[in-house]
Design a protein around this ligand. Structure first.
Ligand SMILES: NC(=O)c1ccc[n+]([C@@H]2O[C@H](COP(=O)([O-])OP(=O)(O)OC[C@H]3O[C@@H](n4cnc5c(N)ncnc54)[C@H](O)[C@@H]3O)[C@@H](O)[C@H]2O)c1
Length: 465
């Protein structure tokens, strides 16, 4: 089949490359001429494991190409996907649909022959109706259907998710469009990936509901983590204990600094706004947004407490800046708010991220970027682990400690074991467990006795201080 993919970002490029890999003939389009030029030259504008190879193979096989010419891509395509951004609208949190409607207008100008216009962007219920009327008004003669096919891939595991999804949701209001979609995804259904056919509005809402539910799960365990810190329980074991219940499941139960990224923050708010427009208040989701928002600054306060109550004039080393490992995506990353709060409290920040530093420089300019984790720890009064990249999971703790002024580690992802950190002589502050002061054998360089012990003995909570 001939496919046009409008928008060549994290979703469009991965989906386009995967459809090409299934054997379809795909043209990826973008308004960003530099992005298309880079792709044509064999470069990959985003970091996504395995993508470079997948793109190169399919370009070489003649199934995947790139253009800024949307009309040329749409003409003759049986399916035209819209995979453009739907960020939060400035001021009110509604999904900004201006990119979707611009794409729909451009598709309308070029559409010829029966075409299925597939919305892959995450959008509020009713957006399919909007796209349909934009095209219908511009081209009353055109033969087309508008389908909702929300994307559930995760950055960092996007290709695997696309090729082996838990399910593909297809919201089509007519049989002809449904058949085209079934044909497009046929290679997946051969792999027994369930295709769930629904009406268009149901598919649109399913995506927002899925993201809101996952955000709720994360936020729930984060609040339980706060309680664990107060009562001396261990949130990792609580999470295991509840996750073994098949009705709950073990995923998305890692307590941490709160969710971020390009989807959950904007999608939860957009869902709330969309519900309000229809006179419905989603109070659970509203609480999730508020709790998660407060958590970022609470994490900064946790660092301040670990440093004995003040970070004024101190150097804080930050490991991991992207919103999760295996992506370079900095959109709404928890690190942004945490670093900002620490800087406002007087700290100097040294930071490292395996692939996100180019993106991070744009949003966190007043930070010293280090060559690696050890360089980052140089002269630090405390080290904060924000994103659990593999590169930070087995650090040489003795080497790290030698570089630091004070052996304090705030481990916001619970990567390190408390006993090991104590043995190595670190004050180790975790999420959802009592902080672990270092063992008395731990040596210090210029660390002032008293400070660490005091902070270490106080239960670190996520509530004010
Ligand atoms: N990133 C994810 O993990 C993820 C997962 C599932 C769903 N989504 C949803 O998918 C959509 C796209 O997200 P993304 O992360 O790929 O965004 P992105 O910002 O990485 O990519 C969007 C691309 O669309 C291009 N674009 C905008 N208007 C255009 C137009 N009129 N014609 C052609 N190109 C245009 C932009 O230049 C950009 O390159 C969003 O609605 C998002 O919520 C994202």
């Amino acid at each position: 089949m001939r496919v046009a993919m409008i928008g060549s970002g994290y979703v469009g490029l991965v989906s386009g490359a995967c459809f090409a890999d299934f054997g379809h003939d795909v043209v990826c389009v973008d308004v960003n001429a530099a992005r298309i030029a880079e792709l044509k030259a064999g470069g990959i504008p985003i970091y996504e494991p395995g993508l470079e190879r997948l793109v190169a193979d399919n370009v070489a096989a003649g199934r995947l190409s790139f253009t800024t010419d949307i009309a040329a891509a749409v003409r003759g395509a049986q399916a035209v996907f819209i995979a453009v951004g739907t960020p939060s609208r400035r001021g009110d949190g509604h999904a900004d649909l201006s990119y979707v409607s611009a794409a729909a207008r451009e598709i309308a100008e070029a559409v010829d022959g029966y075409t299925v216009v597939v919305n892959k962007s995450t959008v509020p219920v009713g957006t399919g109706d909007m796209v349909e009327s934009i095209i219908r008004e511009a081209r009353p003669d055109a033969a087309f259907s508008v389908v909702s096919n929300p994307e559930f891939l995760r950055e960092g595991a996007a290709i695997e998710d696309f090729k082996r999804p838990d399910r593909v949701v297809i919201g089509a209001n007519d049989d002809r469009a449904q058949q085209v979609m079934a044909e497009l995804y046929r290679p997946l259904s051969l792999n027994a990936a369930p295709l769930l056919f629904t009406d268009r509005r149901t598919a649109e809402l399913t995506k927002y509901a899925a993201n809101a539910f996952l955000a709720t799960k994360i936020t729930f365990i984060n609040e339980i983590a706060d309680l664990c810190e107060e009562v001396g329980a261990d949130v990792q074991l609580v999470a295991r204990g509840i996750g073994m219940d098949k009705r709950i499941g073990p995923k998305f139960l890692n307590a941490g600094p709160g969710y971020g990224g390009s989807c959950f923050p904007k999608d939860t708010i957009a869902l709330i706004r969309s519900a309000q427009d229809h006179g419905v208040s989603l109070r659970v989701v509203e609480s999730v947004v508020a709790v998660n928002d407060a958590r970022k600054t609470a994490m900064a306060r946790k660092v301040v407490r670990a440093c004995g109550g003040s970070v004024q004039g101190k150097t804080i080393a930050v490991l991991g800046l992207t919103f999760k490992p295996n992506t370079d995506d900095m959109r709404d990353a928890p690190s942004i708010r945490i670093v900002d709060a620490l800087q406002r409290a007087g700290a100097t920040i040294r930071a490292h991220d395996p692939v996100g530093m180019d993106q991070a420089r744009k949003v966190l300019p007043d930070v010293t970027y280090a060559a690696d984790a050890y360089d980052c720890a140089e002269g630090a009064d405390a080290l904060v682990l924000i994103t659990e990249w593999d590169a930070y999971r087995a650090l040489d703790l003795a080497r790290l400690k030698k570089r630091m002024v004070a052996p304090i580690v705030v481990d916001l992802r619970n990567v390190y074991r408390a006993e090991e950190m104590a043995r190595q002589g670190f004050d180790h502050v975790r999420v959802g467990a009592k902080p672990n002061p270092r063992s008395s054998k731990g040596d210090r360089r210029t660390y002032q006795p008293g400070q660490g012990e005091e902070a270490g003995q106080q239960p670190a909570t996520n509530h004010g201080s």
